[in-house]
Write a protein that binds this ligand. Structure first.
Ligand code: GAP
Length: 448
């Protein structure tokens, strides 16, 4: 058990180290000593992140005819948070260790046999009484720093979908069932952020509010669970590490009749990856009451007027990236050493392919490789890399580590017959193809 735990934390360390070394993710403002739990996505990380968002948007918005995207302002009228209940209820119970004075979220602490909290920092068991701590980040709009100028960084993208419901209805005339989708930053003043990019204070969400009639909620819930499963499969999340947790009534928000947490076996344990919730008509009703504006939908077929109910699939971008990296990280024992590669789905890989000359000290090979690389680039095939540093073996390893699915190598035969070798990242097998067919080769491998 101890060894298992060690290898899990080793895996996390290896993923973090690869992310830093290869330009996926590094500590934010590092030259100033960083900022606690702030992470920056580097040149390859931003590609991975954008590919995740692109895949989500493509699957849930572009491929459907009942979904409407929005991109709302992060700062919203503070009345939003009064109506949604966040000002009153979006809080965690905070306790402080009386010995080392570290603060923790009470629900995250382990307890001893006598149900006493144990401090994870110093091991003592004396804590202050729990205090409710609101997780919304505050700032002031304009130069006056007084209560009347307070605004909040949104803690979820969801509320904009409710607040903009009327605008989408009047501009797009959708018929129920339909959804509003959004990808964007959210902020929470988390008491205990951590586990790399798993829990941060600034993160991105991909959320849908799917508006339905009340009597269809059970079928719709099952349908959305199915859609989430299909999408998770399409991006290559390891299915054996995904679990579905029916949140018991006692732990659900009072307006929710059903919530399923989609959990993932991260290297540091099984934790929430996404949430799927039936929120009833709570949000639209609250905004109707608070704003005095009607949030009713008129059904032309039945002549009925009602406030739609809603199913909400809510996904975090960074958690997706971490689950993808945990699923994709592979070590393979070879005869002489161990090879590390990221088994990324081609749609998510930062580079879809790389082009090399076999030898960097042969100008004829380097020039030919550059010519082929430029041709692929001008064919507007998704990002590809060029590499002529070190020897070819090292270049393969570098591309393996960043998950590039194919490497095309230009050798002396290329100069004679225009063919190149193509090496598969996972099998390391090589075959020869005509260099002119590389764009088609890559396009055929891409799934969207
Ligand atoms: N609108 C519903 C909502 O926001 P949530 O369970 O609080 O529900 C949804 O958040 C998802 O957002 C989570 O499942 C997770 O993927 C992501 N998320 C939430 N808090 C996060 C944090 N502090 N850091 C990174 N991702 C977070």
């Amino acid at each position: 058990m101890k060894n298992e735990k060690k290898s899990e934390s080793d895996l996390m360390e290896k993923i973090i180290s690869l992310c830093k070394r290869r330009g996926f993710i590094f500590a934010g403002s590092e030259i100033y000593g960083g900022l606690a739990n702030a992470w920056d996505f580097g040149p390859l990380g931003v590609e991975l992140k954008n590919n995740i968002k692109k895949s989500w948007w493509n699957y849930f918005v572009h491929q459907r005819s009942d979904m409407y995207g929005i991109d709302a302002a992060i700062l919203m009228n503070p009345k939003t948070w009064e109506a949604s209940g966040h000002l009153k209820g979006f809080s965690d119970a905070l306790v402080e260790c009386k010995n080392c004075h570290e603060r923790f979220r009470a629900d995250m602490l382990e307890k001893d046999k006598e149900e006493k909290y144990i401090c994870p920092s110093c091991g003592k068991k004396e804590f202050t009484d729990a205090k409710q701590f609101n997780l919304m980040l505050k700032t002031f709009l304009g130069p006056a720093e007084d209560e009347s100028h307070v605004v909040y960084f949104r803690p979820e993208t969801a509320q904009a979908m409710f607040v903009d419901f009327k605008q989408v209805m009047s501009s797009m005339s959708p018929k129920i069932p339909f959804g509003i989708a959004q990808i964007g930053k959210s902020f929470r003043n988390e008491i205990t952020p951590g586990n790399f990019i798993f829990r941060t204070r600034e993160f991105e969400q991909m959320e849908i509010e799917y508006f339905i009639s009340k009597n269809s909620w059970q079928d719709q819930f099952e349908y959305w669970l199915g859609e989430l499963k299909k999408w998770m499969k399409s991006i290559g999340l390891d299915e054996s590490k995904i679990f579905y947790y029916e949140v018991p009534e006692s732990d659900r928000a009072h307006y929710s009749k059903r919530t399923v947490d989609i959990e993932f076996e991260f290297p540091f344990g099984r934790k929430e990856l996404y949430g799927l919730a039936y929120r009833g008509d709570f949000d639209l009703s609250s905004h109707q009451k608070s704003s005095g504006q009607s949030m009713e939908y008129f059904d032309e077929k039945t002549g009925e007027k009602f406030i739609p109910h809603v199913i909400e699939p809510s996904l975090g971008v960074e958690r997706t990236a971490l689950a993808i990296l945990s699923s994709a990280y592979k070590e393979e024992k070879l005869e002489k050493d161990t090879r590390v590669y990221l088994d990324l789905n081609i749609n998510l890989a930062p580079y879809k392919a790389a082009v090399f000359p076999l030898m960097a000290n042969k100008p004829e090979l380097v020039n030919k490789a550059k010519e082929i690389y430029s041709k692929i680039k001008s064919a507007k095939v998704a990002p590809i890399a060029f590499d002529d540093s070190g020897n070819v073996g090292k270049r393969y390893r570098r591309q393996d580590e960043i998950g590039t699915p194919y490497c095309f190598t230009v050798d002396f035969q290329t100069l004679e017959d225009g063919t190149v070798t193509v090496r598969d990242r996972n099998t390391m097998k090589q075959e020869r193809i005509a260099s002119d067919s590389i764009p088609d080769f890559i396009n055929q491998k891409m799934e969207f």
